[in-house]
Design a protein. Structure first.
Lengths: 307, 201
């Protein structure tokens, strides 16, 4: 890799009301004393409308700038942020620079909001550190993106994570913990495919009553959200069996074993929901063989497995 | 009043002595000082307070009334600390001994119409250090360095007080909070004892 220039790219993914990416350095001149920054506009969609096409573009734009960057900050509204950040974790394995997602509490990022501004300052400072991987910076914590979940009762720490997913804290300065990854030694890759031809089912008696439709059978895979169950309900097992050779990802943090499950079922019980969905999209884009799919889903790609 | 003071903790002894002097001046002026220098980092907070702040997601610098940096040998995080302090509308005093040039990025920041109101850059001679600091404190107290009341303060009141505040501010342009702030400012101006305490500075 060529010698690094001291530059941090701010990838603007969500619309920022009353704010233009070109104005960032003027509106927040204090950013220039931390590092040289360069805003890059990726999309102006409201965050709830950010789709896999934007994730792929974002990954590509980041990968292309790796040599001239010391880090990346991604400005993104809270809605869909976890999906976007998890997707980036899988699309850019072994990426040698920090990619820090941040934004504001509201659906849209508002640059005039003090918390959003502080999150941005903290993210830029974090992106200066020689670390790697995709993280979230909100409030006073840095979290591993693919272990984070939405926090319902903490207004400023918008996301939370198990202890192992907390990579740093801010007191007066930013303190990164030892578990944060140093720049990876493995080969950095850019994946440019995600399989979006998947159906998502909720494993509730009501929603599974209709079984598998013809449209579902035409998909490349199913994802069953069984998050509330310790044991899969019979309609869910019937659905998996009816799927035949179609791979079915069952997500539940409480089901402990898939030993007696049909062979087309893949159990994701050590991943967050967003991480499970995006990892399946990534893995399913690489293979249609169940055995390989199971291997890919079992592989630690981005430190995503929860203890 | 709480201040965060940052300086290069690996600077030569001559500067270390000056940092200690600076902390002493602030302490004598009634300021609670927290600093990146040994043992003072979190000294102004109790363990439950720290736990509460950590849980809430707030930053400790939000709890400060201002930031002072001795930048003769700039500490590595000075840019970050200034940026986060300005983001939270906190006044910043950046000190540099006479003869040393202040970073041009900071000079540009001081010329900005918004951040310039909060950022004070000063070259000082050792004999002037006390005066420079006390002038800065007075500027903050007069409100010139802080355009907005930024310290959050939760106050529980009785129904009677609530009713009075409602009656007093109804059909005026004044909010209840503005009314209370004005009352307190008035009290400060008339408090002889406090004025003597401040003048001791």
């Amino acid at each position: 890799m060529a010698q690094m220039a001291k530059k941090i790219y701010i990838m603007v993914v969500s619309e920022i009301p009353g704010f233009n990416d070109r104005d960032l350095r003027v509106r927040m001149p204090e950013l220039n004393i931390i590092s040289e920054i360069e805003p890059v506009l990726i999309a102006k969609n409201p965050p709830a409308e950010i789709t896999p096409a934007v994730w792929l573009k974002l990954a590509r734009e980041i990968y292309q700038r790796a040599d001239s960057a010391i880090g990346f900050v991604v400005m993104h509204g809270v809605d869909n942020l976890l999906f976007s950040a998890c997707a980036l974790s899988y699309l850019l394995p072994n990426f040698p620079r920090p990619v820090i997602f941040t934004g504001g509490q509201t659906g849209n990022v508002e640059v005039n909001n003090m918390e959003t501004r502080a999150n941005l300052v903290n993210s830029i400072q974090t992106a200066n550190f020689p670390v790697a991987g995709v993280g979230l910076m909100f409030g006073n914590r840095l979290l591993r993106a693919c272990q984070a979940i939405r926090s319902l009762d903490e207004p400023v720490n918008v996301f939370t994570a198990p202890l192992n997913g907390i990579l740093g804290r801010i007191d007066f300065s930013i303190r990164l913990f030892d578990k944060i990854s140093p720049p990876a030694k493995g080969r950095s890759r850019l994946y440019q495919k995600l399989n979006i031809n998947l159906a998502v089912k909720d494993a509730s008696p009501l929603l599974l009553a209709d079984g598998l439709s013809e449209a579902d059978k035409a998909k490349d895979g199913l994802i069953v959200n069984a998050g509330r169950y310790r044991q899969l309900p019979p309609p869910a097992l019937d659905l998996i069996a009816a799927a035949g050779n179609l791979p079915v990802l069952v997500w539940s943090r409480k089901i402990s074993s898939a030993a007696l499950a049909p062979k087309n079922m893949i159990l994701a019980n050590h991943l967050t929901w967003e991480s499970a969905v995006t990892k399946f999209m990534w893995a399913r884009a690489q293979t249609d063989k169940i055995k390989e799919l199971k291997e890919l889903m079992a592989e630690d790609v981005a430190g995503e497995f929860l203890e | 009043m709480r201040f965060y003071f940052a300086a290069d903790n690996s600077a030569e002894e001559r500067l270390q002595k000056r940092f200690s002097r600076l902390i002493e001046i602030l302490s004598q002026a009634g300021v609670l000082v927290m600093s990146n220098l040994a043992d003072r980092n979190l000294s102004g907070f109790s363990a439950p307070e720290l736990e509460k702040i950590e849980q809430s997601g707030e930053l400790l610098l939000e709890k400060m009334d201002g930031l002072i940096i001795e930048g003769t040998r700039p500490p590595s995080e000075s840019g970050y600390l200034i940026a986060i302090a300005l983001t939270h509308q906190k006044p910043v005093l950046y000190l540099c001994e006479k003869g040393k040039q202040i970073n041009q990025n900071l000079v540009h920041l001081q010329q900005d119409k918004n951040t310039g109101k909060l950022l004070t850059l000063k070259n000082y001679a050792e004999k002037d250090l006390e005066r420079v600091i006390l002038e800065f404190l007075q500027t903050i107290e007069k409100g010139e360095g802080r355009q907005l009341p930024t310290i959050k303060f939760t106050l529980r009141i009785t129904a009677r007080i609530e009713r009075y505040l409602q009656w007093k501010t109804h059909n005026t342009n004044i909010t209840k909070a503005d009314f209370l702030r004005a009352l307190i400012e008035n009290l400060i101006d008339r408090d002889e004892e406090y004025r003597k305490f401040v003048k001791k500075d």
